[in-house]
Ligand binder design. Structure first.
Ligand SMILES: [Zn+2]
Ligand SMILES: [Zn+2]
Length: 382
């Protein structure tokens, strides 16, 4: 990571920046109550299932509103939502207490545009864990665009505008009023406030913050190492699927983060469900060929980085490079044929294309096997 600041430099830098009191109060106030009063309350009271259920519901509502709404819908426009669903996500987003849609999306678009640039990325991981996790929120570093000029498209959205104008009211009602009301219904007013209010909001806060910090530090880079983002399945469990951050930074307009079927991405599943219910449309996907090509290119790059200049591995490395070229050709041939078949099916014309596709798929699989064996052979030399 370039431009890494030492803690000393960072603290000197921070001293010159004015504190944002409201952020400090909210972030540390909720955290302080959660690590002191909540454990005491759990120890001294028996909290019933009604309160836990309320907390779970509000956690999922507010968390998914950030991931499906703030992030994938509004910041990236990776899908479109029916106004009824947008209202749910806008209110749930206020409950997550991470500022308005306009400010959040403005910062996030800047993050993608200038990722890892310590002077222009609002939560650049190059400034260290603390800064990218929470430090950037505590002081005014002058990086965030106060005019939110990079979200002009969102300025035209009446739901986004309403949330922006009435944010404090919405955040107050959903973080105090709603947990108290649900606690009262469950027969435990204060339990509702402490568990479904304080504990829940702290979990949602730090879940999101981990994506800015840990998901740029800890994990694998299967798609690109041009940025610091990482894929991390463990983080995906805590963040409704946002842990596959290397894929996301590589293909930011894709509505999926966990692109493989077995990857845990409840945000993707929610958007797919909304699509089935006709509440979502325009789901954007990166062509599979590009995804696979990126994965292969990274595999080749890793082998090259590891064995470049090593005489004993030179021959195998050269063969791997040739194999990569052939595999790329097969990949392209297969996906082009698949595309042709899709179009032909629409016109109800084609008959032999299916057979051709089967043959291309077999050839591709064979080439993949060769690629894998060759890589194993090469890496066995390490
Ligand atoms: Zn993003
Ligand atoms: Zn990121």
């Amino acid at each position: 990571m370039a431009n890494r600041c030492t803690p000393k430099v960072l603290s000197r830098m921070n001293k010159q920046k004015p504190l944002i009191w409201i952020n400090n109060l909210v972030l540390f106030g909720t955290l302080a109550v959660t690590v002191t009063v909540v454990p005491w309350y759990l120890y001294s009271h028996s909290v019933g299932w009604g309160v836990w259920l309320a907390a779970l519901l509000l956690w999922a509502w507010s968390g998914l509103s950030i991931t499906a709404g703030y992030h994938r819908l509004w910041a990236h426009r990776a899908w479109q939502a029916h106004p009824a669903l947008q209202w749910l996500l806008a209110i749930g987003g206020a409950m997550a207490m991470q500022n308005t849609i306009l400010h959040w999306c403005s910062d996030h678009r800047t993050h993608h545009k200038h990722v890892d640039n310590n002077d222009r990325d609002p939560y650049s991981a190059g400034n260290g864990f603390w800064y990218s996790h929470i430090g950037w929120l505590l002081r005014d570093h002058g990086i965030s665009d106060a005019d939110t000029k990079n979200v002009r498209d969102l300025h035209k959205n009446p739901i986004v505008q309403f949330q922006h104008r009435h944010y404090l009211l919405l955040a107050g009602a959903t973080n105090l009023g709603l947990p108290l009301a649900l606690g009262w219904l469950a027969g435990d007013l204060w339990g509702g406030l402490l568990i479904a209010g304080f504990l829940r909001v702290v979990l949602v806060h730090h879940g999101t913050f981990f994506i800015n910090s840990l998901a740029h530090i800890w994990g694998s880079q299967p798609y690109s190492d041009a940025h610091s983002s990482r894929d991390n399945g463990l983080l995906a469990l805590l963040t409704f699927g946002e842990g596959y951050h290397n894929f996301h930074h590589s293909f930011e307009y894709d509505y999926r983060n966990g692109v493989r079927w077995w990857q845990f991405d409840p945000t993707k599943w929610l958007i797919q469900l909304a699509y089935q219910l006709r509440l979502a449309s325009g789901l954007r996907r990166t062509p599979q060929e590009r995804i696979e090509k990126a994965r292969l290119t990274m595999q080749l790059r890793r082998s090259q980085l590891q064995f470049d200049g090593q005489q004993h591995a030179a021959e195998l490395l050269a063969r791997l490079e040739q194999e990569y070229e052939q595999l790329a050709v097969r990949l392209q041939a297969y996906y082009q044929q698949k595309q042709r078949l899709l179009q032909a099916n629409k016109r109800r014309l084609d008959r032999s294309a299916k057979q051709q596709l089967r043959e291309l798929k077999q050839a591709l699989e064979l080439q993949r096997q060769q690629w894998l064996q060759l890589r194993q052979q090469l890496h066995a030399m390490a």
